[in-house]
Design a protein around this ligand. Sequence first.
Ligand SMILES: Nc1ncnc2c1ncn2[C@@H]1O[C@H](COP(=O)(O)OP(=O)(O)OP(=O)(O)O)[C@@H](O)[C@H]1O
Ligand SMILES: [Mg+2]
Length: 508
Amino acid sequence: MLKRLGKPTPQETPQPNTPPAASPPAASPPAANAPVQPVAAAAAPSPKKSAAVPSTGLPPLSPATQEKAASAPTVEVETEAQTRRKMLELSLSIVDRIQASLGAQSELKPSPETDKMLQERFSHFYRQANVTLSNENVELLFKMVKDELMGFGPMQQLLDNPEISEVMVNGPNQIYIEQKGKVRLSDVTFASDEHVLKIIDRIIRPLGRRVDRKWPMVDARLPDGSRVNAIIPPCAIDGPTITIRKFSKNKLTYKDLIKFGSMTEEMAEFLRACVESKLNIVVAGGTGSGKTTLLNVLSNFIPDGDRIVTIEDSAELQLAKPHVVRLEAKPADIDGSGRVSIRDLVINSLRMRPERIVIGECRGGETLDMLQAMNTGHDGSLTTLHANTPRDAVARMETMAMMSGMDLPLDVIRAQIASAVDLIVQQTRLEDGQRKISSITEVQGMEGNTVVLQEIFKLEIKGKTSEGKLIAELKPTGVRPKFTTKLEAHGHKLPPSIFGFDVGRPRR
Ligand SMILES: Nc1ncnc2c1ncn2[C@@H]1O[C@H](COP(=O)(O)OP(=O)(O)OP(=O)(O)O)[C@@H](O)[C@H]1O
Ligand SMILES: [Mg+2]
């Protein structure tokens, strides 16, 4: 059984630099030498009610066996969740004690000396806890203590796992993760709301940001660049909530996207020609569908000589380009002043002699500024927006342009969209977790009051494998875009086969 330690007293505190007799846990945990009992089984017998048992279809037990079974002490088997909970509580007790023993110097910097000091103090307090854990669990406990003192608590193990791309904490008892494209509930929990709040504070304090009941939401970044949003009560009804999009150290390239089946070689060749030919491109997609990743891939098609200005809410783009100026929006200061929006940055960027403007995501009035920039000589601009189909993307641009407060009539906005945007690339996260380009659509112009769209590449769902994976085919529609002459003017004479033509005939 694990027990929670009481409040630390000064007598229990080991003196700094006087290592306790215990040896470091990772090498040889103090209690691990004692007979090992798995924490999952509590030895205390507990009375069990005999309920009417449904028939199992097995032969009945002999009377002697039944008697023996009845007289045997019942072992209540702890569930894995209970064990994890107890480990968490024990780790927090030890953390309290180590922190009390550190006094004023509780800011720990990772170093071999810190590691050694923590191992010694951990061993001391672990011994006082008077619990019996397996070697493996002692090591796990030490890791939990270390993560709590120097990392991001229970979330750290998820952040350390390279297979996990997203961590979503919905209050202390529910942490969802995205692993290999699939979202699932993890078995990690926090101890309480306060525990989650403590970790939020650890994330935002070094950035000089604050979150409280008055302004209960904050955007931040982890030291490795991962994007974080936190929102706490009263706005987050079920407890403090953290959403982390993990920063992938190796951003996906177009070769990865081809390898994953997210696009074909032909699509990549076509998109490269479009970017090099300075077409204005909008990447549309749902939340987490891969918009930013695709924007990054497209931006890396920009020729090396071009001066690129990137504008983002939270810098995620990684351009392997020589001439890039990166701009990031700024939240308001504590007194509510000093906010610099994406829109302010778009307007400012026009004075920076940009050859390419790459806007991380259009969410509001900046859409109109972007359209105007695209229409006034800043060709070759790229952005993303939230929409589920190319048609929806046009409607979204209309709505967002209206949010600019310029009071332009809808048909004027529509005409601006039709002449500014050349291509909409739709990115989709399919129900089985695969992320793919589901449509590449040309914006051809206006017909009457309607923006004319023509699909050039599309995704066809063919069926499902026995494991539930969708079988999908990316293919050209057989239509050549109207802007082909523009591509040719930039030296891109794409073979007709890219568009699904074999010797002048559309491919079926
Ligand atoms: N084609 C792809 N195949 C596999 N994984 C991908 C693909 N595109 C993106 N991802 C992964 O999906 C996650 C979300 O990607 P990304 O940040 O680009 O999405 P997003 O649409 O910009 O999200 P948000 O709406 O939150 O801004 C990342 O972990 C990224 O590495
Ligand atoms: Mg994004």
